[in-house]
Design a protein around this ligand. Sequence first.
Ligand SMILES: CSC[C@H]1O[C@@H](n2cnc3c(O)ncnc32)[C@H](O)[C@@H]1O
Ligand SMILES: [Zn+2]
Length: 442
Amino acid sequence: MQNIKTLIHARWVIPVIPEGQILENHSLAIYQGRIVDCLPRIEAETRYRDAHQIELTQHALIPGLINAHIHSPMSLLRGLADDLPLMEWLEKHIWPAETKWVSETFVRDGALLAIAEMLRGGITCFNDMYFFPEVVAQAAVEANMRAVIGMIVIDFPSRWAKTPEDYLRKGLELNDNYQNHPLIKTAFAPHAPYTVSDESLTQVAILSKELNIPVHMHIHETVEEINRSITQYGMRPLGRLQRLGLLSSRLLAVHMTQLTDQEFQTITKHGIHIVHCPESNLKLASGFCPVAKLYQAGINIALGTDSAASNNDLDMFVEMRLTALLAKALASDASAIPAKQALRMATLNGAQALGLEQEIGSLEIGKIADIVAVDLGGLETQPLYDPISQLVYTAGRDKVSDVWIAGQQVLKRRQFTTLDERLLLSRTQAWAERIKESRKFT
Ligand SMILES: CSC[C@H]1O[C@@H](n2cnc3c(O)ncnc32)[C@H](O)[C@@H]1O
Ligand SMILES: [Zn+2]
């Protein structure tokens, strides 16, 4: 924790709250990991004369982006199986690959690769769902990255856990180990309605209420999921989850491409958060989440990348842009989800879904200093009439120059301060060689 104040002078500060606000030639003062002031540069220079000063004269400062759904270690499976629908992708390619390869070392190397990619793309917090979650948590802490780590539950055995009881016990142990940690929080993460039994889901519902911990789950991702549920349980997945007591404002429902009018009302009534993953939904041809309609109904929508194996990048700038563009096309309304709303979904709405909105998600005095600087001075982002429009419709993650998490600078002019990029690359290449080699014989 730094004991001297840092002062970042920026061309624009975009606090996200109030929505659409753009503060020109403003400065943020950071002290002991928090934002302690946000003021015009001229005033900052005299008020904080002794602070360590950072000049970002053509940059916009935004809150760190929040990736509300990812399986970080799957970055090592990027491009392994493309151009397939979800169930075939999972059952014929991804699950067999996971059975063969997933280990502590695989998870560590994959998570670090994902964390590096996310940091350089302005993501400061991710909500993860994967095997060996304690290894992902450890990787995040080493990188000084904020994460919500999933206490996974799934009805098939893995190298990490054998039975649903085993999954839950190990998850709760992780939760105990990270109580009051400054960077790591936990969430229950039952995989999906088609892989978790009524018994396990009931347990999750009870524990989530008792411990006040979010529940993170793939729900209504495809039509096939709905049909399987009707065949097996005589009802749609959301109805079944309601019967099992899982619907509440602690639930993060990921994907939600299949929704009836009645389900809209159920989501609103229970205050369920939706995590929209447009690029993964498009690539797996899963369907379209009706974001504009959900937004109008007052439902909180956060954004996620899903894994690098179904996306195939971890780029929240693309997710913001796709969110705004798809919403317009789907609603036949060019005014649906304007840029400022897409930015809010990628920041404050993510924080709200994870129950972290008092601490992160906007650049407000008192909040934790998770801050991203985006360089808007290059010709690709000129001329510039509206910095928020430029962030969502024009800029890419390559424009992210500097990143702070809890006041610590983790990216300095695109160089990592907590990670060894060459080591990450060599470990990734070693995995790719092993995986490629084994595929020659299948
Ligand atoms: C229990 S660990 C997470 C589990 O989820 C699988 N997964 C990755 N992407 C998706 C997706 O879009 N829908 C459903 N399941 C997915 C991953 O391969 C792990 O087995
Ligand atoms: Zn997923």
